[in-house]
Design a protein around this ligand. Structure first.
Ligand SMILES: Cc1cc2nc3c(=O)[nH]c(=O)nc-3n(C[C@H](O)[C@H](O)[C@H](O)COP(=O)(O)O)c2cc1C
Length: 277
């Protein structure tokens, strides 16, 4: 059964090892969309309609923006050669195929730089890490707004942090000026797969009142152990019992190993005039 507000998505939201998230929650079509989130990595050949793309780009434009600086620029990648270079930087096979729209979300302090240069005002503040962070805030919020809007229309999305493996090449490929940085990619398309929802850490671990949750409490330890079990079940079901894996083991094994986590991010940012101090 699919939801009226969300064609293509289940109206009941099963989660492995947990009560359905609908229990005790206030639901409307927006929240149902958000609770049904899944990343899609395979898309059909059907193009995303132009009016849908225009809508998604406008949703991004209307997102809240830190300091009213509006420091997000989105490039819609249509040139296969540029897409190929982004694919090479990301290493993700689904970026290398023509299916799905590819958007690149750029942190953009270059507009401010131009205005300040014309006004013969110091550019020093634009090199501050705090100012870059405001651009990051804008990009991430705009991207998530696009995800929610796309999913509400029955489309699937895949955010792409992996593009940051070779920032210098992306900067060259997309002709990004100084004071900009390619932070995030996103594929959007008509889903060609039906992935399971990935269970999330429970509220006892990811939320607390007033002070940080107590790692040592029995409740915390139990919630952690239960979650590892839930994730093991998720992989059992997804990969027919072939994958022995828990959340804990991923945190031990993964950080630092993906290529995008090995890039000299600070060097690349500083070459763009960002995060110099
Ligand atoms: C900032 C960010 C960057 C991501 N980058 C990638 C990526 O490069 N490639 C990819 O396949 N998925 C990427 N993802 C998707 C995550 O892998 C996915 O959200 C996570 O595994 C949870 O799965 P779900 O979205 O289906 O719930 C990214 C997600 C976020 C939030």
């Amino acid at each position: 059964m699919t939801s009226e507000a969300n064609p293509g998505f289940p109206s009941e939201l099963p989660m492995i090892g947990e009560e359905p998230p609908a229990e005790g929650l206030v639901l409307n079509s927006t929240i149902e969309t958000q609770l049904a989130h899944r990343t899609f990595r395979s898309f059909t050949d059907e193009p995303v309609a132009e009016d849908v793309m225009a809508t998604l780009l406008d949703v991004a434009r209307h997102t809240a923006t830190s300091g009213f600086y509006q420091q997000c620029t989105i490039l819609r990648i249509k040139d296969p050669q540029i897409r190929h270079r982004i694919y090479l930087s990301s290493g993700q096979p689904y970026v290398g195929t023509p299916q799905g729209e590819l958007l690149m979300f750029v942190v953009d302090l270059s507009r401010a730089a131009r205005v300040r240069e014309d006004a013969e005002v110091d550019l020093e503040p634009l090199g501050r890490t705090a100012n870059y962070q405001q651009g990051v805030d804008d990009v991430l919020l705009a991207a998530q707004n696009v995800v929610v809007a796309a999913e509400s229309l029955g489309l699937g999305t895949c955010l792409l942090g992996s593009i940051r493996t070779d920032p210098e090449d992306l900067i060259d490929a997309m002709k990004l000026p100084k004071y900009t940085f390619p932070l995030l990619g996103m594929l959007i398309g008509h889903p060609n797969q039906d992935p399971q929802m990935r269970p999330r850490l429970p509220r006892e671990i990811t939320t607390a009142v007033d002070t940080y949750p107590d790692f040592e409490s029995d409740q915390y330890k139990q919630a952690w152990a239960d979650y590892d079990q839930v994730i093991q079940e998720y992989y059992d079901l997804r990969e027919g019992g072939k994958r022995q894996d828990t959340y804990t083991s991923q945190l031990i094994r993964k950080p630092g190993n993906p290529a995008s986590e090995k890039a000299d991010m600070l060097g690349a940012l500083r070459a763009q005039g960002l995060c110099t101090h």
